[in-house]
Design a protein around this ligand. Structure first.
Ligand SMILES: Cc1cc2c(cc1C)N(C[C@H](O)[C@H](O)[C@H](O)COP(=O)(O)OP(=O)(O)OC[C@H]1O[C@@H](n3cnc4c(N)ncnc43)[C@H](O)[C@@H]1O)c1[nH]c(=O)[nH]c(=O)c1N2
Ligand SMILES: CC(C)CC(=O)C(=O)O
Ligand SMILES: [Mn+2]
Length: 493
């Protein structure tokens, strides 16, 4: 009798050789069998003819995210309307060894949805119900296609908010899948700290709730943490069809301010001093001088073109004033400027929207470019070292690179603009990014604080977690996805 492992290996060997006629005219031979017209009919039988598309434009739209990675359209796109659809589609793909890629809103930055092995893209946007908001318990449950801004608009009159805020209006389950973060993580953490339960569909069609059906406690020690196993899994273990998330009351008062510094080091040292003083800030974001220049041009501001901190204070009248005094002292100690305040709701929203739009602001300086960004995160005491060294490397390389991001978490981005018709710039950006990620890893940090591994950081993951760690990840993967149909080619080398 074959061992299970041997059977899986045998299956993958078989896979190498059995490719049937492809549906798409320009399909290349994949390691996987291609989607046959018989399978298309079975998929149409599950979700209805109108929810299966082989149209070129639809496949192209589902073949890339917001990253610089080359588009790889799937062989076809299936639109699921409910968890039963997801379960039956997964089971059918699994029984036929067809790759299956969950699609949220395609705002990922690591090529996570690119169908590099062909197969089926499963678009979850039609599953867009907000199933429950439990105001008295500060939690809600949403289906896979609900975006963070849709949820917050729905919550507008409740005094509650879901605070995790990547710069894009991403799907909340996509945010679970990439363990997303944003400017509010200093105060509220990332997705890892804000997911109470997930409904997940496994490749074999099983549907289960990671914390148990209906559970929505702020903490639990009941068994393994299956919820956080799927947070950050990037579509490689299963499809997240529902998320139960923490909500928060909107703070009594918040005030935002920008201050500039004579150098990057002064700005980042200020961040470290603030955090080491235990001051509970809502947000601390860094933009270097080139990012500020792009910020001003795109969002019509006139901030001083210098390394700057964007901060948000929060609390009640008394505590907020005390925070401001303390921070002002630290800013002065580091030769920072006076604060440029945004106190009215409209001013604050405009300021933070402009920060969220910084990618587009930078891209506007080089039309037709795509963003390539590092995403390193280090222990807060190591932050000045890695930021200063990364900027020195960028200056020495002689290409434009913007340095910005969530310094309050020890997480920042070097953002490069990549054009396929500027191959030397692209090569330099990719080389620099790997160098900076390795510096972060040497400083006890990680190559990705929030965007995930996707297609481009697989070697860095191996370097970070080691052979043993990666092998254990693969063993976990083969438990949930023994046929390796879930988003193949991502995360693992
Ligand atoms: C301008 C701008 C600014 C930012 C960002 C993007 C852009 C364009 N992002 C990145 C992006 O918004 C973030 O990675 C989101 O979590 C992606 O969510 P999508 O729904 O778009 O996932 P998308 O559809 O792009 O898929 C991403 C990955 O998750 C998987 N996936 C999606 N839905 C799934 C589901 N239901 N079940 C299982 N797997 C699923 C996919 O297979 C893929 O591997 C970001 N990020 C961040 O953390 N902080 C930030 O500050 C920013 N800022
Ligand atoms: C492309 C990245 C710089 C987007 C992001 O993560 C951010 O703006 O914080
Ligand atoms: Mn970011």
């Amino acid at each position: 009798m074959f061992s299970k492992r041997f059977a899986v290996q045998l299956q993958s060997c078989v896979r190498q050789f059995c490719t049937t006629k492809c549906l798409t005219a320009n399909a290349q031979a994949f390691e996987y069998p291609s989607v046959s017209s018989k399978l298309v009919k079975e998929l149409q039988g599950i979700v209805g003819q109108s929810n299966v598309s082989t149209a070129e434009a639809v496949r192209e739209q589902h073949g890339h995210d917001e990253s610089y990675h080359k588009s790889s359209p799937p062989e076809l796109v299936v639109f699921a309307e409910n968890v039963e659809h997801v379960s039956h589609v997964a089971k059918l793909c699994n029984n036929n060894n067809i790759p299956l890629i969950p699609f949220g809103t395609g705002t990922g930055l690591e090529g996570g949805i690119n169908a590099i092995k062909g197969g089926v893209c499963l678009d979850l946007n039609k599953m867009n119900n907000i199933l429950a908001v439990n105001q008295e318990d500060f939690d809600c449950t949403v289906e896979a296609g609900v975006s963070r801004q849709t949820l917050n608009s729905y919550l507008r009159d409740t005094g509650l908010v879901f605070p995790i805020d990547p710069g894009a209006d991403a799907s909340l389950c996509g945010m679970c899948a990439t363990s997303a973060s944003g400017t509010n993580a200093v105060r509220y953490g990332t997705m890892r700290e804000n997911v109470l339960n997930l409904e997940v569909v496994l490749p074999d069609g099983r549907v289960f709730d990671t914390a148990g059906k209906g559970r929505r406690t702020k903490k639990t020690s009941a068994g393994y943490n299956l919820t956080n196993l799927f947070v950050g899994s990037e579509g490689t273990l299963g499809i997240i069809t529902k998320a139960t998330l923490r909500l928060y009351g909107i703070p009594e008062c918040t005030a935002s301010a920008v201050c500039s510094f004579p150098s990057v080091k002064n700005a980042v040292d200020t961040t470290v001093n603030i955090l080491q003083c235990g001051i509970q800030m809502a947000r601390i974001e860094f933009l270097d001088e080139v990012a500020i220049d792009a910020f001003n041009k795109y969002s019509k501001y006139d901030m001083k073109v210098a390394p700057s901190l964007f901060m948000e204070f929060t609390g009640n009248e008394g505590t907020l004033a005390k925070q401001v005094d303390l921070v002002s002292e630290i800013v002065n100690m580091n030769e920072g400027s006076d604060f440029k305040w945004a106190e009215e709701a409209e001013e604050k929203n405009r300021l933070w929207k402009a920060r969220h739009d910084i990618v587009y602001a930078c891209m506007a300086l080089q039309p037709g470019s795509k963003p390539y960004s590092t995403d390193v995160c280090v222990p807060i005491s190591r932050l000045p070292d890695v930021i200063v060294r990364s900027k020195e490397l960028i200056d020495a390389a002689g290409i434009i690179g913007f340095t910005l991001g969530h310094v309050g978490d020890g997480n920042f981005h070097n953002l490069f603009l990549i054009n396929d018709d500027m191959p030397d710039q692209k090569a330099k950006a990719i080389k620099l990014s790997k160098q900076i990620a390795k510096i972060a890893q040497e400083l006890d940090g990680t190559c990705t604080g929030e965007h995930g591994i996707g297609l481009g950081k697989k070697e860095l993951l191996l370097r970070e977690i080691g052979e043993e760690g990666l092998e254990i990840m693969k063993q976990v993967k083969s438990t949930f996805d023994p046929n390796n149909i879930m988003n193949p080619g991502k995360v693992f080398v």
